[in-house]
Design a protein around this ligand. Structure first.
Ligand code: ZN
Length: 149
């Protein structure tokens, strides 16, 4: 006479609280092998549940998380916009740098010498266009020194 122990799906029914056929219920009641198997599953389940924090701990963690969330620093939308613009600009810098004419080192001495020479030739021309200068100081006057009157 062979004993037919509970199959896995029957054990699943037991663990889920579902009823078994009366004959299988009787077997479970009388068979130590099947009871130990069931109890081992239940033990694993109980152990897994024991790893969860108790309700008081959960409530404390929830309160702490809520408090942390409510006291978080407020970040205004414009700060995010400014940060986005900064990121965009900084991201464009390498592109622009590659596309612009390479910076030339300005020879300030040469520029100042040229300005000085222009001022020495015609001080007014440095500040006004040639047409304006001709209007104010007509060229070809006998004196060579124009008269504005
Ligand atoms: Zn059994």
């Amino acid at each position: 006479m062979s004993v037919r122990h509970l199959a896995d799906d029957e054990l699943d029914l037991v663990l889920g609280g579902e009823p078994l056929a009366a004959e299988r219920e009787a077997h479970l009641r009388d068979c130590i092998v099947c009871r130990r198997r069931r109890d081992a599953f239940l033990g694993v389940v109980a152990e897994a549940r024991a790893e969860d924090p108790d309700e008081a701990t959960r409530a404390r963690v929830r309160e702490a998380a809520l408090a942390a969330w409510q006291s978080r620093p407020v970040v205004h939308w414009w700060r995010w916009a400014a940060a986005a613009v900064a990121v965009a600009v900084l991201g464009l810098v390498p592109l622009l740098h590659n596309r612009t004419v390479p910076l030339q080192i300005i020879d300030t001495e040469a520029v100042m010498a040229e300005v000085d020479a222009a001022l020495a030739r015609d001080p007014l021309a440095a500040f006004a266009s040639e047409d304006v200068v001709d209007e104010i100081v007509p060229v070809g006057e006998s004196t060579g020194e124009g008269s504005a009157s």
